[in-house]
Write a protein that binds this ligand. Structure first.
Ligand SMILES: [Zn+2]
Ligand SMILES: [Zn+2]
Length: 264
């Protein structure tokens, strides 16, 4: 299984980077997790989006979905034209949200059957949430767990079926979420670290995001073998994130930036 970071920025892309977007591949299976601003450029630099096995969205904040618009236009119009509809797996109520978003851009007649039709096959992972059964996308099995954020959000645990190796993505979450148990024994733990301990305090922002040292603590509790910090602000200083996380996690730590690749 391979992880390619397409974007590791927080609410807006850092210079030269993109907001949340992660390409996970195993054999012929290739899935895009989240699709924030700038992700499509990074994706198109590495593969033809028509070859994606699916797209999975953790939550409906703009920094995780805005480039679905750009992806839709690329899939629709980039020569030689559209291929088969790509499965787009959304959180509960995501299809209604996207329908309203699509109506804004459809401008009445551009795509009378629906802005997203023919390009994406829309699904919600409500069934998996209710049953606890994983979502199978080719050779990858995805499980979801609710986190603590300002809107509903789900962390995603991705298991490569052929090897049992696990990559867990925190999505956006505050420290009250049961994330360590969900990420248990991950070979690679991709964890948000929007904040730094010394500047976060206990304010509102801290309720829905983690500091880098909290991400390190969770990685230690989860017995994760490798930690990648993501959802970062350049303004806070990348070295500061590393130093903060190193106070609580002894294993290898990286900072998510567009183009980084990890074999799991
Ligand atoms: Zn968010
Ligand atoms: Zn976010």
């Amino acid at each position: 299984m391979e992880l390619t970071i397409l974007g590791g920025s927080a609410a807006t892309p850092n210079g030269g980077d993109a907001s949340a977007g992660y390409l996970v591949s195993s054999g012929t299976t290739s899935i895009l997790i989240d699709c924030g601003s700038g992700v499509v450029s990074q994706l198109r630099a590495r593969c033809d989006p028509r070859t994606l096995s699916g797209v999975v969205i953790s939550h409906l904040h703009s920094d995780h979905i805005l480039d679905l618009i750009a992806l839709r236009y690329g899939l629709q119009y980039a020569p030689p034209g559209p291929g088969a509809a790509i499965p787009l797996h959304l959180p509960p109520d995501g299809t209604d949200f996207l329908a309203r978003l699509g109506d804004i851009f459809a401008l009445g007649n551009e795509h009378p059957t629906g802005f997203w039709d023919g390009v994406f096959a829309l699904h919600e992972y409500s069934e998996q949430l209710a049953s606890g059964e994983p979502l199978l996308l080719g050779g990858l099995a995805l499980s979801f767990a609710p986190m603590v954020h300002y809107i509903p959000v789900w962390a995603i645990r991705i298991e490569e079926v052929s090897t049992g190796r696990v990559l867990t993505y925190s999505a956006d979450t505050g420290p009250a979420a049961p994330l360590a148990a969900f990420a248990a024994d991950s070979a690679l733990f991709l964890c948000e670290a929007t904040l730094l301990r010394q500047v976060s305090g206990t304010d509102l922002a801290h309720a829905g995001h983690l500091t880098a040292s909290e991400a390190g603590t969770i990685a230690t509790e989860a017995r994760a073998r490798r930690l990648i910090l993501t959802h970062l602000w350049a303004e806070l200083g990348f070295d500061n994130y590393l130093a903060d996380a190193r106070t609580t996690f002894a294993g290898p730590i990286d900072l998510a930036r567009s183009g980084m690749k990890f074999t799991i």
